[in-house]
Design a protein around this ligand. Structure first.
Ligand SMILES: [Zn+2]
Ligand SMILES: [Zn+2]
Length: 125
């Protein structure tokens, strides 16, 4: 039980330090400093439990295996930016007005999903 708590704390710390959604491999690399015994299977298992416990929330991008973000971040309406060079995903604050103007007459919008693709600051430098 103690071991599991340590793993969870290390994974949560990885998210806090990164400040952006992370995939299992990124989580492993970030959390392994704290928990050297961590491996990918453990990360997957712990992620599933943390999603069940509503600590983490899956971030689904079209055609990609899920990344994760803290539930408290997911609770605020926001969108994502995906770097086409390093594959990292970042949070975007705010939203776009006027999306309903795109709809044909007689349609009603119930939600939307926006992903912006491009180069992140590090890759663009
Ligand atoms: Zn990048
Ligand atoms: Zn939005």
């Amino acid at each position: 039980m103690q071991r599991q708590t340590t793993q969870r704390v290390a994974i949560e710390n990885a998210f806090t330090a990164a400040g952006r959604p992370l995939g299992p491999q990124e989580i492993l690399e970030a959390a392994r400093d704290e928990v050297p015994s961590l491996n990918l299977a453990t990360v997957y298992r712990t992620l599933k439990r943390m999603v069940d416990d509503r600590i983490l929330h899956p971030v689904e991008l079209p055609g990609e295996s899920p990344r994760y973000e803290l539930q408290e971040a997911a609770d605020k309406h926001h969108h994502h930016f995906r770097c086409r060079k390093c594959d990292a995903v970042f949070d975007l604050n705010g939203c776009v007005n006027g999306l309903s103007k795109l709809l044909p007459a007689g349609f009603q919008m119930s939600g939307h999903d926006i992903v912006i693709y491009g180069d992140c600051r590090a890759c663009n430098a």
